[in-house]
Structure formats: structure tokens, C-alpha cells
Design a protein around this ligand. Structure first.
Ligand SMILES: Nc1ncnc2c1ncn2[C@@H]1O[C@H](COP(=O)(O)OP(=O)(O)O)[C@@H](O)[C@H]1O
Ligand SMILES: [Mg+2]
Length: 573
């Protein structure tokens, strides 16, 4: 572990002064630019005032760039550069190699910090103000001299910030633009550093096992730790926690095995050369059978194994909420990400949740024409990924309604449908209860609480897991009801007021005392909750059905009224 905490705060203050001075008087011949003034002038309504977003973004830039110098100094020591310097005449090349690497990693960390700190600011902007910037930073050079590297990056950033349109009006016109440009610029920069680090496989281990913690942003090796705002949170559930669905599990793990063979350096996947394998998969099945869970589990699996193999991996998640949440700049963002995949420098999983809903939204009256075009384009680029990839990408889509999907992408997905059936036997359900209630089991059964007291096989009066599983099967449950029931059971078991003395206890003693407070749950209690859920959901379904009929009736009546009115109008004419 780097002593990041020890290294940074003191050092940073000093570097920060230096950074501020440079940003205030930055020479790009024949001009001297002042970042702070530039930002104040973006919005010329009031040139003395800065918006909260502008201030936050400037602070992020200052912090990131100070960390650049602080970390560079630290890396010099780690890479034994002082010793090499003393003997520079002997091995100039080696010295340069290491210095450039130090620049590269320090720049990666700086860019990650800036991108990480501006991500929430960008998230908070009104949707219509968010833009993404087409950037090509390939020409920005990373140098053995850290000041030169700093200058290269900052001058490119300032030039982008000052850019004018052909009519000489500014490209950046409001503080939201500044936030988005800064975020995109440094994010792209961080990604570029990751790509460049491929040429330093000898030195990468030096930074790979270290964690550089910086106020909410964590940098480890060349992995960027900021969450994509687009990516839907994944639940953290794994294949071990999944019951049933054996065929699907095997298939998905098989795809994982194969795309992990992809080599980013040679851009080849031997598995593809030996015989093409299916990389576009459609998971279909009733709601609550574990489709979303499967995606979460697959991402978990791929992330862990890619890390072990030291291969870059990225998950791109596209949800049905694309039409509410992502329009339209973010759809462009998604498209940009997809086009990145085609460069083949990382292994990738594209997950499309509830694809039927997304495809349906193309005909939705609520989506305007421009947005529809974008969605259409998104589908096309997905289709592009599906047909042209190098063996580095897999696409997994989910749907509750396999018949509801059409279009080129859908057809490709239909080639490889996998039914997700969820728990299918009484034993499956029993196993699912055991997984979900694990913590409530006694320690000898792998739990902690010991308040779940249900036998495997029971009787009428005290049902066991077998009877409970049987009931779930009869009621046509999927995994989701069981999950909800278990949550409820745990809540009920823990419903008691906490005696004051518990707070005075520590560690195991506290756990021990707490354990005695939980209310025991027996088979009858579990079964009662199963019944309750069923009654409840039947009532719910009935209400839903009635609501559907009511609204259908209403719209029929409206149509009728409208056509009658039209007829009357015609008659008058
Ligand atoms: N086969 C399963 N095994 C274990 N848990 C399941 C299974 N199916 C569903 N669940 C539970 O139900 C929850 C909801 O399932 P989800 O994956 O969202 O269903 P869907 O198929 O509608 O996407 C999951 O988070 C999980 O806890
Ligand atoms: Mg789902």
C-alpha cells in the first residue's frame, strides 16, 4: 500500500500553489492564458461571479493537478530514479523509460481524480444542458519530463476550452459546457493513459498492487474507479446464489471463458479462430426468474477473472429506461462507448435490459422524432458490435416477452435464445430460502443469528423446507416473491426495541446478546408469510386487471366520442 494519506495532504498544499500559478499564467505563444478568467468569462452575464458548478470543477482540476506533481515525486522514489540519475551516463534509456512511466501514472491518477470529482457535478446538471464532447487526445504527448507532460495536457485543455466556431462564437457557452468538457476531457485522458500503459508491462506491477486513495476517488494501477453515470447499479448477486437455471449458467460461463481468452495486444481471440462462438445471447422468461440477476452475476464473474488475468474489462449497461433517462446526449455517449469496443483494446460485456421495452419505445408517441433516430442509431451500432467484433465482446439482452421484439438486432438475438425458468422444483425453492435466509441460521449451519428454526422435512403443524418449497411450486412463484418473503421474515425477526445495555457491549459479546433478542421463526411462520404473499399478489393482480379493463373502456369511449364529433363536423360541412 502506498501511504497515500501520509504523502498527500502536506505535499498537496504546496503543489497546489504551484499549480494555481501555472493555471493563472499559462503561456501558449503568443498568448498568456488565465484559466480562472476564461471560466469567469464563459457566461458573460456577470463576469465576476462563478457558478457553483464552475467552482467545483475548478477545484477538481486544482486537486487533480496537484496530485499529479505529488504522485510523480513519490513514483520517482518508488522506481529508484534518484539512483539511476546519479548514474545517468550509463543508462539514459532506462531512466527515460521509468520517468515517462512515472509521468504516465501520475497523469492517469490526476485525470481520474478530476473525472471522478466532476462526475457528480455533471450528474446534477439539468438533462438538456448535458453535452458530450468529441475529443481526440491521441496527440497529447506524455513525456519523461513531468513539467512538459503537465504543459502538454493543460495547453490542449485550454485550447479546447477556448475553441471558437467558424463564425468566431464560442463553443463553450455556459458553465454546464465547462463541466462536461472538463469531465470528458480528463476521462478520455485517463483512458488514453490506460492504453499507453500497455507498453510498460515491466513497470505496471509497481503501481498495480497499490491503492491510492484520494477523497472518494480511488486509483489502483491503471484502473479507472469512477462509475459511469450511465451504468445501472448492479446488485452484487453472484452465480453461487442462483438456483435452477443450470443451462443458462453453463452457457453464460462458457461465453465468459471464451471472451476472456481475447488478447488485447494481438487483438486476437484464439477461441474465435478455432470456431466461432455465440456472443449474442437473449435471456427470456417470466418476470422474477433471475434474468437481471444473471447479468449482475456475469459482470461479477468477468470483473473478478479479468482482474486475475490482468486484462481490461468493461461492462456497458443499457436499460429500458434509456428512453426516459438517457435521451438524447447520453445515447450519443452510449454510442461512443460502443464504438470504443470496436477498437478492441478491452474485453467487454454489453447488457441490454428488457430489450422489448426499448424496441417498443421506438414507436412510442412520447418519444420525439430526433430521439427515435438516436435510438435507432443506437440499435444499429449495437448490431454493429454484434456482427463485427473481434471476439472481445459479448452482448446479453433480457426480455419478458420474446415475441415482442423485432428488427435486425432482435433477429440476431433470436438466433441464440436461452430460457430462464428460475426455481423449478420444491428443492429449488427450499434451496433459495436457505440462501436468502442464510444469516438467520445457526452458526453450525453456516449462519450467524440462529433464529430461523425450520426442519428440512416437517409435519402439518410444523412445516419444513420441503413443504414450504412445495407450496411455492404450487403457487407458481418465481425467485422474486421468495426474495421479498425472506426480506420480510428477516425484518419481522428483528422487530424489537434495543435494550440500552447492548450499546455498552463490544464485538462477539454484542453479537451474542443481540442473537438472543431476535424472534425465532419456525416453519409455520414461513409458510404463513408465503400464503400472505400469495393472497396479496392475487389481489394485486386482480386490481391490475381491472385497471387495464377500465382504461381500455375509457379509451374506447373516447375514440367513439371523437369519431362521433368528426361525423357531426362532416355533416355540417
Ligand atoms: N433463479 C434464481 N435464483 C436465485 N434468486 C433469484 C432467482 N430468480 C430470481 N431471484 C431473486 O429475485 C430477484 C429478482 O429477480 P430478477 O433477476 O430481477 O428477475 P428478472 O428475471 O425479472 O430480471 C433477484 O434479485 C434474486 O434475488
Ligand atoms: Mg429484469
Amino acid at each position: 500500500m502506498i501511504d497515500a494519506e501520509k504523502l498527500l495532504p502536506g505535499d498537496l498544499a504546496e503543489h497546489r500553489k504551484k499549480v494555481k500559478d501555472r493555471l493563472r499564467n499559462f503561456r501558449i505563444d503568443p498568448l498568456t492564458l488565465d484559466l480562472y478568467r476564461l471560466v469567469r468569462e464563459i457566461d458573460d452575464q456577470d463576469p465576476d461571479l462563478m457558478s457553483v458548478e464552475e467552482t467545483g470543477t475548478l477545484l477538481a482540476i486544482e486537486e487533480g493537478l496537484s496530485a499529479f506533481f505529488a504522485l510523480f515525486g513519490h513514483l520517482e522514489n518508488l522506481l529508484e530514479i534518484p539512483a539511476l540519475r546519479a548514474d545517468a551516463a550509463r543508462d539514459r534509456k532506462l531512466l527515460e523509460h521509468r520517468l515517462t512511466f512515472a509521468s504516465l501514472h501520475a497523469l492517469f491518477a490526476a485525470a481520474s481524480i478530476i473525472a471522478g470529482k466532476t462526475a457528480p457535478i455533471r450528474e446534477g446538471l439539468p438533462r438538456e444542458e448535458v453535452r458530450s464532447w468529441p475529443l481526440d487526445l491521441e496527440s497529447v504527448e506524455v513525456d519523461a519530463n513531468e513539467i512538459r507532460t503537465f504543459n502538454n495536457v493543460v495547453s490542449r485543455f485550454l485550447v479546447d476550452l477556448c475553441e471558437k466556431k467558424p463564425d468566431r462564437s464560442r463553443v463553450v457557452t455556459c458553465s454546464a459546457d465547462f463541466v462536461c468538457l472538463t469531465h470528458d476531457f480528463f476521462r478520455e485522458m485517463a483512458e488514453r493513459c490506460t492504453r499507453l500503459s500497455q507498453s510498460y508491462l515491466d513497470l505496471r506491477p509497481v503501481v498495480e498492487n497499490r491503492h491510492f486513495l484520494f477523497d472518494g476517488v480511488s486509483v489502483s494501477g491503471f484502473t479507472l474507479q469512477i462509475e459511469d453515470p450511465e451504468s445501472v447499479a448492479v446488485s452484487g448477486e453472484t452465480f453461487e446464489q442462483m438456483v435452477g437455471n443450470r443451462e443458462m449458467k453453463t452457457s453464460l460461463l462458457g461465453v465468459a471463458d471464451k471472451i476472456l481468452l481475447y488478447d488485447t495486444r494481438t487483438r486476437r481471440n484464439p477461441a474465435k479462430e478455432l470456431g466461432d462462438f455465440a456472443r449474442t445471447i437473449l435471456l427470456y422468461g417470466r418476470p422474477g426468474t433471475g434474468k437481471t440477476m444473471a447479468i449482475s452475476a456475469l459482470i461479477h464473474e468477468l470483473t473478478a477473472r479479468a482482474k486475475k488475468l490482468d486484462k481490461p474489462f468493461r461492462a456497458v449497461l443499457i436499460g429500458s429506461d434509456v428512453k426516459d433517462k438517457y435521451f438524447g446526449e447520453s445515447v450519443k455517449n452510449l454510442k461512443r462507448k460502443l464504438s470504443e469496443l470496436e477498437r478492441g483494446d478491452r474485453i467487454c460485456l454489453v447488457a441490454i435490459e428488457d430489450i422489448d421495452l426499448m424496441l417498443a419505445s421506438r414507436d412510442d408517441v412520447n418519444v420525439n422524432a430526433a430521439d427515435k433516430d438516436l435510438l435507432h442509431e443506437l440499435m444499429n451500432s449495437l448490431e454493429g458490435v454484434a456482427s463485427r467484433d473481434l471476439g472481445n465482446a459479448a452482448i446479453v439482452a433480457t426480455t419478458n416477452d420474446i415475441k415482442g421484439i423485432e428488427g435486425a438486432l432482435a433477429e440476431r438475438l433470436q438466433e441464440n435464445p436461452l430460457e430462464v425458468r428460475g426455481p423449478e422444483t420444491a428443492e429449488d425453492f427450499a434451496a433459495l430460502f436457505r440462501i436468502k435466509l442464510r444469516r438467520g441460521f445457526a452458526p453450525e449451519d453456516g449462519g450467524v443469528g440462529g433464529y430461523i428454526r425450520v426442519p428440512d422435512k416437517g409435519s402439518r403443524r410444523n412445516p419444513g423446507w420441503r413443504e414450504i418449497g412445495q407450496a411455492c411450486l404450487e403457487y407458481g412463484f418465481t425467485g422474486r416473491p421468495v426474495k421479498n418473503i425472506c426480506k420480510r421474515l428477516m425484518t419481522v425477526a428483528g422487530e424489537f426495541r434495543m435494550p440500552e445495555e447492548v450499546y455498552a457491549l463490544e464485538g462477539d459479546q454484542c453479537v451474542e446478546r443481540l442473537r438472543s433478542l431476535y424472534r425465532p421463526i419456525d416453519g409455520a411462520a414461513v409458510l404463513a408469510e408465503v400464503e400472505r404473499y400469495r393472497t396479496h399478489s392475487q389481489a394485486h393482480e386482480k386490481a391490475m386487471r381491472e385497471e387495464r379493463i377500465r382504461s381500455r373502456k375509457e379509451s374506447l369511449i373516447n375514440e367513439l366520442r371523437a369519431s362521433r364529433l368528426a361525423q357531426e363536423e362532416l355533416r355540417k360541412e
